[in-house]
Design a binder for this molecule. Structure first.
Ligand code: AMP
Length: 214
């Protein structure tokens, strides 16, 4: 099954996509993770996108489309389902994806939107801590590690993502409203967009998404 999971930054797309991918045997594809891997590897691509990501702005459509389409089309060639998280983020990206899929005879089976209020997002993201190594995600209030600042899984240091500073979060939310939210309208012209509240407990959200997929 090919799924696009939408929602503002901090809605829980990444967490949900990785849980759901395990349950339905699809590949979780996070555009943000692909970019962070490029930054961590020190590649030219990584160097060119780091500043943009740190500021909370969007990486250019051309670069993003090239990067993600490569991976998506390999999955398509292997007849492997996928869950897209963080892509598309602009109408240009959504249109490019549709065009590629039309050429390849592939379709997006389900579009899920996680709906979360802005204030919940600011509270969630500013308390988020991420393991530098295994990428496990914690929250200082709702999901603290056993030892402050240390990952339970591998003992590595937990960090605050540079784009999780409050001013940057507000900037990312504005960009979401301006550039990403309109994609929901775009998709709803051709298919149902399943609305799921991202304000619920994590496992309740997973349950609602699975219901929408069934
Ligand atoms: P995320 O982990 O999905 O919140 O993405 C982190 C950052 O990566 C975003 O704030 C953007 O700078 C960049 N990014 C991720 N996905 C995209 C995309 N589809 N288009 C443009 N920039 C992106």
């Amino acid at each position: 099954m090919n799924i696009v999971i939408m929602g503002p930054p901090g809605a829980g797309k990444g967490t949900q996509a990785s849980v759901i991918a395990g349950k339905i045997d699809a590949k979780h594809l996070s555009s943000g993770d692909l970019l962070r891997e490029a930054v961590a590897s020190g590649s030219d691509l990584g160097k060119s996108v780091k500043k943009v990501m740190d500021s909370g702005a969007l990486v250019s459509d051309d670069l993003m489309i090239d990067l993600i389409m490569d991976v998506v089309m390999k999955l398509v060639a292997d007849s492997k389902g996928f869950l897209l998280d963080g892509f598309p983020r602009t109408l240009v990206q959504a249109e490019a994806l549709n065009e590629k899929f039309a050429d390849a005879g592939v379709q997006i089976d389900k579009v899920i939107n996680l709906d979360v209020k802005s204030e919940t997002i600011v509270q969630r993201l500013s308390g988020r801590r991420v393991c530098t190594k295994c990428k496990s995600v914690y929250h200082v209030d709702s999901l603290p590690p056993k030892v402050k600042g240390i990952c339970d899984n591998d003992g590595e240091e937990l960090i605050i993502r540079s784009d999780d500073q409050e001013a940057v979060i507000r900037q990312r939310l504005k960009i979401y409203d301006d550039s990403t939210f309109p994609i929901l309208d775009f998709y709803s012209k051709s298919q149902e967009v399943f609305q799921v509240s991202g304000e619920l407990q994590m496992d309740e959200v997973t349950g609602k998404i699975l219901e929408a997929l069934s």
